[in-house]
Design a protein around this ligand. Structure first.
Ligand code: GLP
Length: 266
């Protein structure tokens, strides 16, 4: 895992956007795995800026989102469909037909989930997966104790996640208890993972995922077994890491050929 500590979350977003830009310039028909939440908003803003000002082309891109709530309309202000359109898709030239987000209103959830997996497979697999991290180390909506080989499926949210996501709903409005999420096993099949985490509230989860044991109690820790994961964080999120001096040393001494693009296109 490459750990990149940037002075601010805006700088971190630029670093992550550069990795995606480099992928899209070299592979215009790349398959992106996308995340929601407050964390990737700055990254999406930077991708929109690159699209507008530097011609970054999304016309060949296919996307698969990690997750969605079950049982709220797709135009609900807190739905991940709406989030993705407002924060990225409405501002770049990705074709609507290439966008995939789990359907939280499907009548047959197991079939939908199996089909979602099949669509990822038919698209050639995910080239680059954007990830945030929950306070307890969850990725997507794979809560602690999720199987580390799980596939796309329905999950029940923990009280902690429900409370954390209440801010996206109206005061007093119930947060859905159920979600559809790519599994941990689905996520780690992505060729590259880029995880972002900002703020002191993520420090414990970041330390657990990067330096703790691999355990279903911290599903993100499975990324220690992934070949190409980049963790881009700000200093408050890095506060509980023990080897920050080493991570900074590695990043500032990267060989030239690795400087811009972290990873090869596979
Ligand atoms: C939710 C999402 C995750 C996200 C996490 C953290 O649980 N399903 O994909 O990483 O929240 O969200 P935030 O970035 O708002 O802290």
């Amino acid at each position: 895992m490459e750990i990149v500590i940037q002075p601010t979350h805006a700088d971190a977003a630029v670093v992550a956007a550069r990795v995606i830009e480099d992928l899209l310039r070299r592979k215009p028909n790349a398959v992106l795995g996308l995340a929601t939440g407050g964390t990737p908003v700055g990254l999406y803003k930077e991708l929109i800026r690159l699209h507008r000002e530097a011609g970054l082309d999304f016309s060949g891109v296919t996307s698969f989102n990690l997750d969605e709530y079950v049982g709220i309309p797709s135009d609900h202000p807190a739905s991940y469909h709406r989030f993705m359109h407002e924060n990225l898709f409405d501002h770049v030239n990705i074709p609507a037909a290439n966008i995939h987000i789990p359907d939280g209103n499907t009548r047959d959830i197991p079939k939908f989930c199996a089909d979602y997996e099949e669509k990822i497979r038919q698209a050639g697999g995910i080239d680059l997966q954007v990830l945030g991290i929950g306070h307890d180390g969850h990725i997507g909506f794979n809560e602690s104790t999720s199987s580390l080989v799980s596939r796309t499926r329905i999950k029940t949210l923990t009280e902690e996640t429900i409370a954390a996501n209440q801010r996206f709903f109206k005061p007093g409005e119930a947060v859905p208890r159920h979600v559809i999420t790519m599994g941990v096993g689905t996520i780690i099949e992505a060729r590259t993972c880029v995880m972002l985490a900002f703020g002191a509230g993520k420090a414990r989860a970041v330390a657990a995922m990067a330096e703790g044991p691999i355990t279903a109690m911290c599903p993100a820790s499975i990324l220690q077994m992934h070949r190409q994961t980049m963790l881009v964080i700000d200093p408050p999120a890095a506060a509980q890491l023990t080897k920050t001096a080493y991570y900074n040393h590695v990043y500032s001494n990267k060989p030239d050929f690795q400087k811009l693009s972290a990873f090869p296109v596979v």
